[in-house]
Design a protein around this ligand. Structure first.
Ligand code: B12
Ligand code: SF4
Ligand code: SF4
Length: 222
């Protein structure tokens, strides 16, 4: 691991977030003057109890997970005097492309990148950008690691959605949202996406029902 990633990880300790690898920026990604970045996110629900306590102390705040991520990662970026960017920034920045570059991950039918250990149970909360290219570090342990979907013959995610929103190459956002808004969508709203939960990959990293209900509420609200 590069020294800057180690420094960022130390600064993030106690937040439940961690670095998720470094990536080179490419031309056309709209971030003139920057060459590289370090991704920040989580595997499983490591941040959930910490975020929940913060949320309880900040009731009524809009988009609380984005606000918490900006507070935590913004402080670290301030410490290293660099710019922080976030998945919620508009126009949207290509976080999944950066993650594919940083961690060698590929998409599965659920539309999320599949992690070799955590399966679909992980996400990105921000990135810190650098003007200079980051020096080459040692090879990432998980880089270009096996893609869980390639080893999943049964593909239960494709059969578990009651409205067939999940298919090998497309996620039907409209069908999913319509189901979530109907009374029949209650199980997906309270316990999480049935298709994501049918996935055998990353079982030990599965989010709690409470965390899944929080994400589903945010997703269905648009
Ligand atoms: C807009 C958005 C949505 C929209 C529309 C998604 C869409 N399919 O277009 C809605 C609200 C529907 C949505 C839903 C969800 N999202 Co969303 N979303 C985003 C957001 C904010 C912007 C995406 C974007 O347009 N980026 C800009 C383009 C230029 O960037 P990009 O890296 O090139 O990303 C595109 C490609 O990777 C492309 N892609 C490339 N190959 C493939 C292959 C397949 C099969 C698919 C489906 C897509 C795909 O998909 C992206 C465009 O949508 C990103 C955060 C971000 N800034 O990227 C999160 C993000 C992609 N979402 C995420 C998640 C977790 C979800 C949900 C599971 C939410 C939940 N309930 O927890 C659902 C599931 C949706 C699904 N099954 O696809 C995570 C994915 C993490 C991961 N492990 O990969 C992200 C990265 C946010 C985060 N904080 O980590 N999302
Ligand atoms: S069920 Fe199988 S194909 Fe579907 S996302 Fe999980 S590992 Fe991939
Ligand atoms: S949340 Fe429910 S409706 Fe949407 S894709 Fe998952 S299983 Fe299907």
């Amino acid at each position: 691991m590069r020294s800057i990633e180690r420094f960022i990880d130390e600064a993030l300790s106690g937040s439940g977030l961690a670095t998720r690898g470094a990536f080179a920026l490419e031309a056309g990604e709209g971030l003139e003057g920057f060459s590289s970045g370090v991704l920040i996110g989580h595997l499983g629900g490591t941040f959930w109890p910490i975020f929940r306590a913060w949320h309880a102390a900040h009731p009524g705040i809009a988009d609380p997970l984005d606000a918490w991520s900006k507070a935590i990662i913004g402080d670290v970026a301030h410490d290293v005097q660099k710019r922080a960017v976030f998945p919620s920034d508009k126009p949207h920045l290509p976080f999944q492309r950066w993650a594919a570059r940083a961690e060698g991950l590929k998409h599965g039918p659920l539309g999320v990148l599949m992690h070799p250990q955590a399966g679909p149970w992980h996400a990105y909360r921000g990135a810190i950008l650098f003007e200079q290219p980051l020096e080459a570090g040692p090879p990432q342990k998980d880089r270009l690691a096996a893609h869980p979907c390639d080893m999943c013959a049964a593909k239960p995610c494709l059969a578990a959605c009651p409205v067939n929103a999940v298919s090998p190459d497309r996620f039907d956002v409209e069908a999913c949202r319509a189901h979530l808004a109907s009374p029949e969508g209650a199980p997906c709203m309270t316990g999480g996406c049935l298709a994501r939960n049918a996935c055998p990959a990353g079982g030990g990293f599965r989010y709690s029902a409470e965390q899944q209900a929080f994400h589903q509420a945010a997703f269905s609200a648009g």
